[in-house]
Design a binder for this molecule. Structure first.
Ligand code: 4NP
Length: 168
């Protein structure tokens, strides 16, 4: 990994305990596999679960595919994140709207010219799930957690193909 400042990606869902921690670890896995200088983090639009580890079901399903989520802790998205990150990825349309709303507050707080973050859907470039939402698995069954992993793997690879060219 080079010492250049990394490109910074933030994955965002509602609670930061199911979808976005999964997206974070999957995204990082593909960045590391291609030795890309990309920093990955995650956050939630809500403050429902601050400091909590990812949902046990998310951890269990992820581990079956070799992804370890155990060290992650939930946090809420803040206006500062729009200064710090280059790309903020929403898991669904409601998250996208809430992120855009907070971005307006960040612009008022810091000045629009200081904001770095572009905001997009996780599935923006995904050929398999084009602009599909990553469905919230929290109140569902095991297949919902597998679906999150399937979509995160597919969407992360699609983003990495785009970023590889942009960052080259
Ligand atoms: P996430 O899932 O947004 O993928 O982390 C949820 C986690 C918690 C809740 C909703 C969705 N909740 O209502 O507590």
């Amino acid at each position: 990994m080079s010492s250049r400042t990394p490109y910074k990606v933030l994955c965002v869902c509602l609670g930061n305990i199911c979808r976005s921690p999964t997206a974070e670890v999957v995204f990082r896995h593909y960045c590391d596999a291609q030795q890309l200088n990309i920093w990955v983090d995650s956050a939630g639009t809500s403050n429902y679960h601050p400091g909590k580890a990812p949902d046990a079901r998310s951890q269990q399903h992820a581990l079956q595919r070799g992804y370890d989520l155990s060290a992650l802790r939930a946090r809420q998205l803040t206006t500062r994140d729009f200064l710090d990150f280059d790309l903020i990825l929403a898991m669904d349309q409601e998250n996208l709207q809430n992120i855009q709303h907070l971005k307006h507050h960040a612009a008022e707080e810091y000045g629009a010219e200081l904001l770095r973050a572009k905001v997009a859907l996780m599935s923006e470039h995904d050929p398999q799930y084009p602009r599909h939402e990553v469905p919230d698995p929290y109140y569902g069954e095991a297949d919902g957690f597998e679906r999150v992993l399937d979509q995160c793997e597919s969407s992360a690879q699609a983003w990495i193909n785009i970023l590889k060219t942009e960052l080259a």
